[in-house]
Design a protein. Structure first.
Ligand SMILES: N[C@@H](CCC(=O)N[C@@H](CS)C(=O)NCC(=O)O)C(=O)O
Length: 258
């Protein structure tokens, strides 16, 4: 494999800004002043399923990167690769210290099967299903909602338990803060009341989202703009009484206090 130092080609990031791991990678590149080309793929138009993209990511998912002849998928691996390969990235994002690095890896591994699984499954089965061509399942939504809430509680009691501004008590964000906060931002497309019910009890999580947003501005809001627009569109549909069947049937399977 060629050495990255001899590679003069611009980093290519294949992404859809409506995808939370894609946003984490784009924000990371922008905040760190990395010279990259964003190649937009629209998942709702199935552009990620093209044979050309499958050459880059055989899993047919975004994000993926091409750096010279090197190809990589999975957002956490991509964030780690960029943090290590580009000399301008500040240490706090993925510290050289072995113990701090290992703790960040641990949060990232946990994320996949807990917060991400809960948030993604919930949003897909309440709001995004039709956009993605996925049949919505109210029972799956109810189970995902439980996992989502317990994951938010775990974040508060395990990684935000001290007075630090970021996960693991840090004063500066790491790639784990960015990845997890981008995931939680996906909840913006939910019904307003549902959003408040989910995040309302987690004041430390709310403060941490705000800390991560302000540490990465103006890129954070700029990259989330498409999601904010999607949120408005879903709200308009609800106001017009066009909320999905799954949203209403899902409410039937929730405990009455929700
Ligand atoms: N674990 C992967 C997840 C990637 C992923 O699920 N991407 C979604 C968008 S958020 C996707 O490409 N979905 C299209 C599909 O699976 O068909 C990562 O962190 O990069």
């Amino acid at each position: 494999m060629e050495n990255r130092k001899t590679n003069t080609m611009k980093l290519k990031v294949y992404a859809d800004r409506l995808s939370q791991p894609s946003r984490a990678v784009i924000i990371f590149c922008k905040v760190n002043g990395i010279d990259f080309e964003e190649i937009k793929l629209d998942i709702s138009k199935r552009q990620h399923l093209s044979p050309e993209f499958k050459e880059i990511n055989p899993m047919a998912q975004v994000p993926a990167i091409v750096d010279g002849r090197f190809r990589l998928f999975e957002s956490h691996s991509i964030l780690i690769y960029i943090a290590c390969a580009f000399p301008g990235v500040l240490d706090h994002w993925y510290p050289a210290d072995l113990f701090r690095r290992a703790k960040i890896n641990s949060v990232l591994d946990w994320h996949h099967s807990n917060l991400r699984r809960g948030a993604t499954t919930y949003v897909q089965n309440t709001v995004l299903g039709p956009v993605l061509g996925i049949q919505m399942n109210p029972q799956a939504a109810a189970e995902a909602r439980k996992l989502l809430s317990s994951s938010l509680s775990k974040i508060e009691t395990v990684w935000l338990k001290g007075n630090g501004r970021f996960l693991l008590g840090g004063r500066q964000p790491s790639i784990a803060d960015l990845s997890l906060v981008c995931e939680i931002m996906q909840l913006e497309v939910l019904d307003e009341k549902d959003h408040i019910d989910i995040l309302g009890p987690h004041k430390k999580v709310q403060q941490w989202i705000e800390n991560t947003r302000s540490a990465t501005e103006p890129h954070f809001d700029e990259v989330h703009r498409l999601l904010y627009r999607a949120k408005e569109r879903f709200q308009e549909r609800r106001l017009k009484g066009l909320d999905s069947e799954a949203e209403s049937s899902f409410k039937k399977v929730l405990p009455s206090k929700m």
